[in-house]
Design a protein around this ligand. Structure first.
Ligand SMILES: [Zn+2]
Length: 416
């Protein structure tokens, strides 16, 4: 089947724009007739036509059938522990999200249920939602897992082999603190899952473990220099260091300075490593064959290593940074992955069932951290993904608030 994507944002904007134009236009005509003192008959007929039209327009706004897959990264009260703050959500916001998921009539399904529904036709419960965690940060163990267990919400975590810590015992969690078995200072918040925690998750049944690749890398894609490593950007450009370090680099979050490539070094234009051929040090582009071999090795190593360790099939490959290509997807299929991520649709029956589309979840939807507002916008985002586009107006309002907040912040920063 041809890989299909729909630009879901454009579709939603179009539907909502049409509906708003119809409602405001119709209301204006009615008001105009009233002002002109039109007879009761023409006023009544216009009102009836408008009402009938609203019923038709309602169909533009309701198209149930999407299955949202929420994509989380880090659940952490330190908003700066990673150089990508937009991927960090506070524990309080996450708790509110879980309240929304458990009390709003949603059915939380496993990723496998979604694949079975799309690939084998098994039925899904009403208003299904799936939950994913990318990168395998230690807070998936410390905070997310105990909270998910409390709500009996299943989820999937995607781990990269080079970012799994060596520890041989699972570390304390929020549940241990609540039960008095540990103190808050015993909790680990900076770093990645260790193998013992991955083993415990595999046995536990709430969190499924699936592959996110080997090194979460980027590659240079041309000879042009994009920037130079500096004290301000080297952490955001951590991949430049990772690339020069074979094997584990899970401790990179504790580095205080670059360890492999010095400050001042040039960084060429780049892209996620699995998305396409790389620019080689020899000054030539990697051949298509070499690129595909690299992708195949990478996907196979992630699959074999985790299957051997976890004793279960690895079915979904999560592309780091959504970086993929039609050839890479094809390779994933031949290796036995049932599906991969990075779709741009809504996981509908009409879309390619081997492609999972996900909804990135943030913590500053309205521009600043407000857990109550995050709970409401999460609900709206899920309903829009299901196909209830009325909720999109609330997301538009949130986007406007975010934009205004950004402008005000910029103004106050630049004010003398
Ligand atoms: Zn990732």
């Amino acid at each position: 089947m041809i890989y299909q994507t729909i630009d879901r944002r454009r579709v939603r904007l179009l539907r909502c724009g049409l509906w708003a134009a119809y409602v405001t236009g119709g209301t204006a005509v009615l008001a105009g007739l009233g002002v002109m003192g039109a007879g009761g008959l023409s006023l009544g007929m216009t009102a009836s036509a408008l009402a009938a039209g609203l019923l038709v327009a309602h169909r533009w706004m309701r198209d149930e059938g999407g299955v949202p897959v929420l994509m989380y990264h880090s659940i952490n009260d330190d908003p700066d522990w990673l150089p990508w703050p937009s991927t960090i959500i506070s524990v309080e916001t996450f708790k509110r999200h879980l309240d929304v998921l458990s009390t709003s009539g949603f059915s939380i399904i496993r990723t496998r249920d979604l694949l079975d529904a799309r690939q084998k036709g098994t039925p899904l419960p009403p208003r299904p939602v799936a939950v994913h965690f990318d990168d395998g940060y230690v807070d998936t163990w410390t905070a997310a897992l105990p909270l998910l267990e409390r709500h009996r919400i299943p989820a999937t975590v995607f781990v990269s082999l080079d970012f799994i810590e060596d520890g041989t015992t699972p570390r304390p969690t929020l549940a241990d603190v609540e039960a008095g078995r540990a103190t808050p200072s015993d909790l680990s918040w900076h770093g990645y899952l260790n193998w013992a925690e991955i083993d415990a998750m595999t046995r536990g049944g709430v969190m499924d473990v699936q592959p996110h690749g080997v090194d979460h890398g980027r590659v240079e894609t041309g000879p042009e220099i994009a920037e130079h490593l500096s004290p301000h950007n080297w952490q955001r450009l951590a991949w430049v260091q990772w690339r020069k370090i074979a094997g584990s680099k899970a401790d990179w979050v504790h580095w205080e300075a670059p360890v492999a490539v010095p400050l001042g070094a040039p960084v060429r234009v780049n892209a996620p490593a699995l998305a396409g051929p790389s620019w080689l040090d020899s000054g030539t582009r990697e051949s298509t064959g070499a690129y595909e071999t690299r992708v195949r090795r990478h996907l196979a190593l992630a699959k074999e290593t985790l299957e051997a360790r976890c004793g279960r099939a690895m079915e979904v490959f999560c592309w780091p940074e959504n970086g993929t290509s039609p050839a890479a997807r094809q390779i994933a299929g031949t290796l036995g992955y049932r599906a991969t991520t990075a779709g741009k649709g809504e996981n509908r029956a009409s879309e390619d069932p081997r492609v999972i589309s996900r909804l990135g979840v943030g913590d500053r939807t309205i521009g600043w951290r407000c857990p109550k507002a995050e709970a409401l916008t999460l609900y709206a985002s899920i309903r829009v993904f299901h196909g209830n586009y009325y909720w999109f107006y609330l997301l538009i309002a949130a986007a406007v608030a975010r934009r205004v907040h950004g402008l005000v912040r910029r103004q106050t920063r630049t004010a003398p």
